[in-house]
Design a binder for this molecule. Sequence first.
Ligand code: GDP
Ligand code: MG
Length: 198
Amino acid sequence: MNIKHPKHEQTLVIIKPDGIARGLVGEVIRRYERAGLKLVAMKMMRATPDLIEKHYTLDPEWRRVTGEKTIMGYLDKGLKPPVEDPLQVTAILLGRLVKYMTAGPLVPMVWQGAHAVQIVRKLTGGTEPLMAAVGTIRGDFVIDSYKMTDDDDRSIRNVVHASGSVKEAQDEIAHWFKSNEILDYVTVHEKYLYDPEL
Ligand code: GDP
Ligand code: MG
């Protein structure tokens, strides 16, 4: 087996507490499943604040990068950021994220297939539902905006988390799943997607 083949790429998706409470588990799974991606791990659980904080800070650069990106977002809209220091911005975001992600159960999953990270991000849509493209999960199922969440001092509610890069996916999968929880099996899709002899 050539494990370097792109069909082995894996990504982490977490259905967040709002997605579960709104009965969207089946809908979310359907969207990744029908594209031909393979579900190779899934569970339902409640997370501790520590597990969530570690999830968002697996990348030691996350605090700085997300803080800077958020500040740029304000400036691009001609708005003044609430605080100037990127790390202070992320400290606020992280506190809100921990509250949101521990508000109810989560469904972490691992999806596998060619370009799984990029395909899942495309089907999931942009972070802010207000701007997320129609036809994506965040575009179709949520009304939410940074404006509203900043006013209400809460996290953006966007139904799912999806890894942003292959490296992030590898780190996040190892954070949420033991290696023996990730299962190997064959789907009928695989022949039609990947078999050169079809
Ligand atoms: P994701 O990968 O699409 O979930 O987005 P990121 O990894 O960039 O950000 C992680 C989380 O940080 C998001 O789900 C938001 O809760 C928060 N976040 C990111 N960027 C912004 C922003 O510009 N403004 C606000 N208010 N929150 C943000
Ligand atoms: Mg991210």
